[in-house]
Design a protein around this ligand. Structure first.
Ligand SMILES: Cc1ncc(COP(=O)(O)O)c(C=O)c1O
Length: 393
């Protein structure tokens, strides 16, 4: 975030505060599109950040939705039904039926098991809606279905009048930096498509892959992203049977647009260690790959001061010794009231924290619009009514 925008945000909103920059987000999508082979479409995994869905409409081609809550959010933001991919390891039958009953056709469903397949088949027949389906192939965990189950469904596809089984979905993990691993996966998927053609005369028209492209949170973990995307693009171009490719991305799209602003509310030295207590904490700021608060994330301190840096343990507002955001972070003359700005926090962090612990408020969330104006999309929200036996009573 620029210094000017930090000043404006701190002036206008209380901390702890998330700011998501709309322009950075869409610039990021443009960069990814430019770096990938033409014709490859982007599907935003909504779980990465539900607050920026609106900003992405018209920039990405699809939205992957894994829960009723995510679907309601996308509906509220007017994501076109045709761009929705209804996915997820648990598909609540009532909710899925709700989608069919509305009659407005959803873009795609995924099936992660024979059970889910049967549910979608049943509903497509009940409501007589021709339904596009992607079969999720497992990567060896609870997600997706085994190769043998997938093949069986494809073999019998002519029996399913209202299903258009248009292809395969595959996701095997996040924060992948190994081009070798990515290449190997593309080769395996290519082989699968060949086999489906030769064994079942099946034309796999779509491949929706979650490549788990990484985001960089710590300077020590920097990698050459251009090279990674070049290698991945080459792997796609080398496919023998390349269907329409859609990349399901969360972290890689959303991480760089976000900043978390938290103020120092207390400062002390205990047993020769410096501590800065901030109004945020581990319930609000989560970094993938952080190790016992040892790694120092991209950050800045406002206001900036002159002098020698001194190491501070940055601790949050929860009453637990676990609430350490960063250990031994070098800061120059920090004062109570100063803000620490943690960067690249646009993906997952805002919803991943243990937000109900200690009944602290949820942080304020604002969008920094392209015209430079801030829009508050969630005011600081108290959690004490939820953690209360009178809740709902
Ligand atoms: C099926 C699926 N697709 C895409 C994603 C997004 O992953 P990432 O944020 O690494 O891009 C996830 C994340 O859990 C996922 O489960």
């Amino acid at each position: 975030m620029t210094r000017d925008n930090i000043i404006k945000a701190l002036d206008k909103f209380p901390t702890p505060l998330y700011v998501f920059e709309a322009e950075k987000l869409t610039d990021r999508v443009d960069y990814l599109k430019k770096s990938l082979p033409s014709g490859v479409s982007l599907c935003y995994a909504v779980k990465a950040n539900t607050f920026v869905v609106k900003e992405l409409i018209g920039h990405v081609d699809r939205f992957e939705i894994c829960s009723p809550g995510e679907a309601y959010i996308c509906d509220a933001q007017a994501v076109p039904r045709a761009e929705m991919v209804i996915s997820g390891v648990y598909k609540d039958p009532h909710f899925i039926e709700e989608l069919f009953a509305k009659g407005e056709k959803v873009g795609h469903f995924t099936a992660e098991s024979k059970e889910q397949f049967e549910l979608i088949r049943f509903l497509s027949e009940k409501y007589k809606i021709k339904t596009k389906l992607l079969l999720r192939l497992s990567s060896g965990n609870q997600f997706g279905m085994d190769n043998s189950v997938l093949c069986e469904i494809i073999k019998n596809r002519s029996e399913y009048e209202y299903l258009d089984i248009c292809g395969v979905q595959y996701f095997s993990g996040t924060q992948k930096t190994s081009i070798k691993k990515l290449r190997r996966e593309i080769r395996q998927l290519d082989n699968l498509i060949t086999k489906l053609r030769s064994d079942f005369d099946y034309d796999c028209r779509e491949l929706e892959i979650g490549p788990g492209f990484p985001a960089c949170y710590f300077p020590e973990d920097e990698f050459d992203e251009d090279e990674l995307l070049r290698g991945f693009s080459e792997a796609l171009n080398e496919m023998e049977n390349r269907p329409k490719i859609s990349l399901e991305l969360g972290r890689s799209i959303a991480a760089s647009c976000g900043s978390f602003l938290t103020r120092i509310v207390d400062k002390k030295t205990n047993c020769c260690e410096n501590y800065a207590i901030v109004d945020g904490g581990i319930h609000q700021l989560v970094y993938f790959g952080q190790m016992m608060a040892m790694k120092k994330p991209y950050h800045s301190l406002y206001p900036e001061r002159q002098g020698e840096p001194t190491p501070y343990n940055i601790c949050g507002a929860l009453c637990t010794t676990a609430d350490i955001l960063v250990k031994q972070l070098p800061l120059i003359c920090p004062e109570i009231g100063d803000a620490i700005i943690f960067e690249n926090t646009g993906a997952y962090s805002v919803t991943e924290g243990i937000s109900l612990f200690l009944s602290r408020d949820l942080p304020t969330v604002v969008i920094l619009e392209k015209d430079g104006k801030f829009t508050c999309v969630r005011e600081a929200m108290p959690t004490h009514p939820i953690n209360n036996s009178n809740y709902g009573g």
